[in-house]
Write a protein that binds this ligand. Structure first.
Ligand SMILES: CC(C)(COP(=O)(O)OP(=O)(O)OC[C@H]1O[C@@H](n2cnc3c(N)ncnc32)[C@H](O)[C@@H]1OP(=O)(O)O)[C@@H](O)C(=O)NCCC(=O)NCCS
Length: 148
């Protein structure tokens, strides 16, 4: 496995802007969605994690504290298309769990795209409830309790 650095980045930093471009390219543009001013205004409320190789952001995700105490919502998980399937998502996902636990969260939940449920199942997340539609595609609630 080639070396990969996982870390959190500050909103508006160069790394954050690279991650935002990746999120737009992979998660929004194929669905005809745009990054709205309302979404932009909420970005500082979240933690922004990236995976970097050779000084380039190649994967990212967002962790947003939920209203429920101790729960954080995982969002916007994306790996550069040509590098998917190489284990980068797994490494960044594991890092996100450690990061969340260190910040005092004991549970990660998400509205996962049904197309990638298999990925989250492999990371130890469990499906909760039925498939539902959001932004025009099937989603499912998935969650994992964190422990050392
Ligand atoms: C989902 C995503 C982040 C996974 O990252 P990745 O780097 O490709 O995943 P990895 O290579 O680390 O895969 C880890 C494991 O999950 C499996 N996996 C990966 N994508 C999968 C999928 N779509 N369905 C089922 N299993 C999958 C891999 O085969 C691997 O299995 P293994 O443990 O048996 O080897 C990435 O594929 C991606 O960006 N997809 C498009 C955007 C997207 O849908 N994001 C999620 C929104 S909820």
């Amino acid at each position: 496995m080639k070396s990969l650095i996982c870390c959190d980045v500050r909103p508006q930093s160069t790394r954050y802007m690279e991650a935002l471009a990746l999120r737009n390219q992979i998660l929004r543009e194929p669905l005809g969605l745009v990054f709205t001013p309302e979404e932009a205004a909420d970005e500082p409320l979240s933690f922004h994690l990236v995976a970097m190789r050779n000084d380039c952001v190649i994967g990212c995700l967002v962790l947003t504290p939920a209203l429920e105490e101790g729960v954080v919502r995982l969002r916007q998980f994306a790996v550069r298309p040509e590098l998917q399937g190489e284990g980068i998502g797994r490494q960044l996902g594991v890092y996100a769990e450690q990061f969340s636990f260190d910040k005092g969260f004991t549970r990660i939940m998400m509205f996962a795209r049904a197309s990638v449920m298999g990925f989250y199942l492999r990371l130890g997340y469990a499906q909760e409830g039925e498939v539902f539609e959001e932004i025009g595609i099937p989603h499912v609630v998935m969650a994992k309790t964190l422990s050392r």
